[in-house]
Design a binder for this molecule. Sequence first.
Ligand code: TNX
Length: 550
Amino acid sequence: MTWSKSTPLHFSVLFFTGISIALSSCTSSEQSKVEASQALESIIPKPSSVKATGNFFSLNKNSTIYIESASDELARIGKYLGDRLAPATGFEFPVSTSAMNPVDGSIYLSTSGDLSLGDEGYELIISEDNIKLSAHRPAGLFRGIQTIRQLLPAKIEMTSKQEGPWKIATAMIRDISRYAHRGAMLDVARHFFSVNDVKRFIDLISYYKMNVIHLGLTNDQGWRIEIKSWPNLATHGGSTQVGGGKGGFYTQDQYTDIVKYAQSRYIMLIPEIDMPGHSNAALASYGDLNGGTIVPEEGRVKIAPSTQKELNGKSKPTELYTGIEVGFSTLRVEKKVTFKFINDVIHELAAITPGPYIHIGGDESHATRKEDYITFVKKFHDIVKANGKKMIGWEEIAQGEINSDDVTQFWTKPAYGEMALAKGSKLIMSPSKKTYMDMQYDSTTHLGLHWAGYIEVDSAYIWDPENYVSGGSQENILGVEAPLWTETISTMDDIEYMIFPRLPGYAEIGWSSESGRNWEEYKVRLANQAPRWKAMNIDYYKSKLVPWKE
Ligand code: TNX
């Protein structure tokens, strides 16, 4: 076509507009393919196997989620998937059991996956027409859904309607987790966090296929769970926090709400009541529990003379504590009431905890005599067992009479880990130099502590759970847990800043095989998560070590 002065203006405008629409839709279509292919290579945790097959699948306004049978559980999982995809796409995603006239662009969920997928493994077959997600157990479908989310454009995570297209690169993915236990711990005692904050924490960890939330419910600074037979624990012991803020506690109903929310994400909740040390909030709530302080003397410990009397009779409660020291408080074996207290607390907690474990803390009991500590561990074990649960304790419990029923959480001393293994206990690995998400990234981080070191995002990723305790192996290590202690953390933004970008790495260490992991490759996948965090409104630390994608 040639242009002349006589070409009508409206024609040339239309012509140019037509070209630019064609061009931009062509580029945006090409770009969406590039993005989809990149998403396929950026999944965290890294799947066991991914085979790209070179085409593209798209969601459309008729996309349906088909479940293979009319099971409530599958219907719930289907609805969960639809709820993740609906806001940004503006599509409805009905869940249907009848696939008589299947619609293109649909997603099929089935538990007919083979036994070798285990409890959490899944298989995804993404073709141009549909996505087939299969697992052996419903939990595997839930984990596979996280992969589907990560395969879509980042804006799928936005809560308002966005422009498509909603492409996914076609592929075959088969994915099985390395460890059964992949968790994060949140200390709600040093600072209290609302039910909604805990739910968001659960959602964030579930996005990376973690399956455990460990809640630190009590510590010197606060008691955060209602115990009906000892009401002052929550009302008085929960009335403050580090720095003197107002604190708070969960009623048993609120706790149950959190447990159910976690269950709906196939996440087990492990509650921790920290004893016999870290117990000031209890000692401040009931004077009878307070047996006075034991003073360290020439490497041994001795009860301060003025408190001998307090041990036998009524004693005064301690003051509430809002500082961040550790190791000064202890329950006392000499007091009968101590064991009534422990039994009542464990009994009530066990009744509202569907998971198999109660964590009894047991760490840093510096104010407890060694022989008393050992008595405590035996009693904790018996009481937890009598209430139908298994005991978990921090590594120090390995000094006591523990056995294969008990789980030991390693955090710093290999010798304790070895003692635990020798007694038949399995390990959860939380090496503080690697997994403590309350450690600063570097000396300039405005939050956090650094007693275990600075933990940059590369260091957080470069380690293997089997390399900390000699004899540690796939058989006796249950998995990995990354704790967030909250002495310096008081808001959800603070939580996000400390856990991102380290948490996806812990999730990958727990899920993916060691042989497929290396930092240089991982950091690119991590960089590609940033737009997703932006869409989810996650406040994260922009480490200079990662080539972040904007
Ligand atoms: C050690 S590790 C603790 C916690 C502190 C944390 C701070 C462990 C089992 N106990 O009481 O909050 O360090 O980083």
